[in-house]
Design a protein around this ligand. Structure first.
Ligand code: PLP
Length: 440
């Protein structure tokens, strides 16, 4: 039975073609394991972990129980000049899976807030060290860092910037996507490590004494699954260290096992950033929450100020920073990741996922497939004069036939929950092939 809201008008939907959607709505009403259910009661295989966040699969009762118990015990408590134990517990729990050198956690409520928090921490850090001229932030073309003013300014997706005003003092590295050289790569593309050297150019242009931080996604997710070329992140790290620039990895998508084998891409790639931003998989998508993990050096710079021990070290925070209910969800989620060894599982399933993804190489319209862990980008040739239309129609076809995929421009991005089975992998890629066979 279709359970339709009687008025679609009141809700202004985010990142949605509202007028088009409201003509032909697609509604999800429940979820369990690998499947959503639509309002007309069809199972929908989740090929995208919701929006890259439900890494442990849907409907986890242990998370629901933890949330329920916390709501009954302490629904809300302020975090400004007050504390509640579960926020400290959640930070300590997260520390168990963070890279060792990132040992302090600042809580926010989303990826966007985490990014803005990290950028502000970077500026304040340099100021405290007497390098207050370091106010410039470096992002990357095709980067996505959420929708705050900081995030869209360092971000490199033109469509997310053009309606708004941006922060000054921002510059961008070139993106790393090169189909001519790297098409159909498995894992890290071979060509392009030297693109990190462009940071030397920006340093020469602006002078290192003006640059506070470089922020990149270790793997650009929202721009369509762009993996870092071999050696690229190492070179970025080396150049940042050489000039005293902080390196921030935005792991809102890559965090919590997406790339397989490790909780974070920083560990997977063996590169140590000064901060990691995260959200999404932190609570398995159940309760909004984000976090910034910082190095001990950054934390100590704030805490070791000599002048006024009663001063607030960082004039920043949110009403819901360390929200008790979100903390309960985070602890239960990380428990599930650890108990079921889901990051290792993602690594174990990765070869089957890679094989199935690259099996689409001969499907109509496909011009590239790239992958790592349990994520793949399948790039389609755009239909002449209608960029994005072919991928959008593929998405609609998949949904109507029981599979949720995500498309961005003409790229299909698949990132299923880490609990996916081999037969579900076959179903997922089978659905994409069937759709590609159908769309013009
Ligand atoms: C890398 C990255 N950073 C930040 C964000 C923003 O997160 P949120 O939508 O929770 O604000 C996203 C969301 O997709 C993301 O992929």
């Amino acid at each position: 039975m279709r359970v339709m809201p009687n008025d679609l008008d009141a809700y202004w939907m985010p990142f949605t073609a509202n007028r088009q959607f409201k003509q032909a709505p697609r509604m999800l009403v429940s979820a369990k394991g690998m499947y959503y259910r639509s309002d007309d009661d069809r199972p929908i295989l989740d090929g995208t972990s919701g929006l890259w966040c439900v890494n442990a699969g849907h409907g986890r009762l242990e998370i629901a129980e933890a949330v329920k118990a916390q709501l009954a015990r302490l629904d809300y408590a302020p975090s400004f000049q007050m504390g509640h134990p579960i926020a400290f517990e959640a930070a300590a729990k997260l520390r168990q899976i963070l890279p060792e050198e990132l040992s302090h956690v600042f809580f926010a409520n989303s990826g966007s807030e985490s990014v803005d928090s990290a950028l502000k921490i970077a500026l304040a850090y340099h100021q405290l060290r007497g390098e207050g001229r370091r106010t410039r932030l470096i992002g990357r073309e095709r980067g996505y860092h959420g929708v705050g003013f900081g995030g869209i300014s360092v971000g490199g997706l033109a469509s997310n910037r053009r309606q708004f005003a941006l922060l000054p003092n921002v510059d961008h590295l070139p993106h790393t996507h090169d189909l001519e050289r790297n098409a159909f790569s498995r894992g890290l593309p071979a060509w392009g490590g030297h693109l990190a050297d462009d940071l030397e150019r920006l340093v020469a242009l602006h002078d290192p004494s003006t640059i506070a931080a470089v922020i990149v996604e270790p793997m650009a997710g929202s721009a369509g699954v762009l993996l870092p070329p071999k050696g690229y992140l190492e070179r970025l790290r080396a150049i940042c260290s050489k000039y005293g620039i902080l390196l921030i990895f935005d792991e809102v998508i890559t965090g919590f096992g997406r790339l397989g084998g490790h909780a974070f891409a920083a560990e997977k790639f063996g590169v140590k950033p000064d901060m990691i931003t995260m959200a999404k998989g932190l609570t398995n998508g159940t309760i909004p929450m984000g976090a910034v993990a910082t190095s001990d050096d950054i934390y100590r710079t704030f805490m070791d100020q000599k002048d006024n021990p009663a001063a607030i070290e960082l004039a920043h925070g949110y009403t819901y920073s360390g929200h008790p209910v979100a903390c309960a969800a985070a602890i239960a989620t990380i428990d599930a990741y650890q108990r079921e060894k889901l990051f290792e599982r993602a690594e174990t399933m990765a070869p089957a996922f890679e094989k199935a993804a690259h099996g689409l190489r001969d499907a109509p319209h496909v011009i590239d497939i790239r992958n790592m862990g349990l994520v793949t980008g399948i790039e389609l040739a755009p239909r002449s004069g209608q960029p994005g239309a072919r991928a959008y129609e593929t998405f609609v076809h998949c949904f109507e036939n029981g599979t949720l995929i995500r498309v961005t421009g003409d790229i299909i991005a698949l990132s299923p929950p880490l609990i996916i089975s081999e037969s579900q992998i076959d179903d997922l890629f089978g659905a994409v092939r069937a759709a590609l066979n159908t769309v013009a």
